[in-house]
Write a protein that binds this ligand. Structure first.
Ligand code: DC
Length: 225
């Protein structure tokens, strides 16, 4: 069976990461959460008090960013490290979430992260999720999926996810943040979130988690043979 690249793009909070992780696990593929990379850079900029309107400061700050994924071989879970520090929980908090769309608009940030994402996927056998994976990072990916879900459903899911992580959250605030990010991610000049013409669209509003995973695994099976 040939190794392929599976690109999963879509709106914020429609279950891309959990779905992509599960697909990767079933295929014994690597899973790369590209959103976590944008979140880690955002945290770095917040820590460094980088002025987002000062391109020189952004360039200097980017030179000092080192992002790694550490996989726990025992249970397959993965955590992201920023300059040697585990920041997996911190990057999911509201402070980073409120600023990440602003940071991911910046051309220099995107260039640096797209180059890293391409290196990570160079050997194929990878599932990567994000906003521009099927359009910009891997335009020749063998399988492209575009996931969507109603705003209300996405907000509820994100609330439960944060609760499970022991973080406090407010439904209205989450809904506003998701709507704002949808708008910013879809209308930005650099690599906006759009469905690739050859992507398969899956609306997960009324799908059970296992159903969306099975659907993608079926599509992957067709491409691998
Ligand atoms: O998938 P996520 O919600 O963790 O992503 C966080 C933000 O990062 C999202 O609002 C937009 C940005 N992002 C991006 O611009 N391009 C990607 N490939 C992945 C994420």
């Amino acid at each position: 069976m040939k190794k392929i690249i599976i690109a999963i793009d879509g709106l914020s909070g429609c279950g891309k990461s959990t779905t992509a992780k599960s697909v990767a696990q079933a295929l014994k593929y690597a899973y790369i959460d590209s959103g976590a990379m944008y979140r880690a850079v955002t945290l770095h900029f917040l820590n460094q008090h980088t002025n987002l309107r000062n391109i020189e400061q952004i360039r200097q700050s980017l030179e000092r960013v080192n992002i790694d994924f550490h996989v726990n071989e025992a249970d397959g879970t993965q955590r992201i490290f920023l300059n040697g520090q585990d920041v997996e929980d911190e990057i999911r908090g509201m402070e980073v979430t409120e600023s990440v769309s602003e940071v991911s608009k910046i051309k220099e940030v995107r260039q640096a992260l797209v180059a890293k994402q391409r290196r990570l996927g160079a050997d194929k056998g990878v599932v990567m999720d994000g906003r521009d994976i099927g359009t910009v990072v891997f335009p020749h990916a063998e399988l492209k999926v575009f996931m969507s879900a109603k705003l209300e459903v996405r907000a509820e899911r994100r609330l439960n996810e944060l609760k499970e992580r022991g973080q406090s959250a407010d439904l209205a605030q989450i809904r506003d943040n998701l709507a704002k990010r949808d708008h910013m991610d879809s209308t930005r000049a650099e690599s906006p979130l759009v469905k690739a013409i050859d992507a398969v669209e899956i609306d997960t509003s009324d799908l059970r988690f296992e159903e969306q995973v099975t659907k993608i695994l079926e599509l992957a099976g067709q491409k691998m043979n």
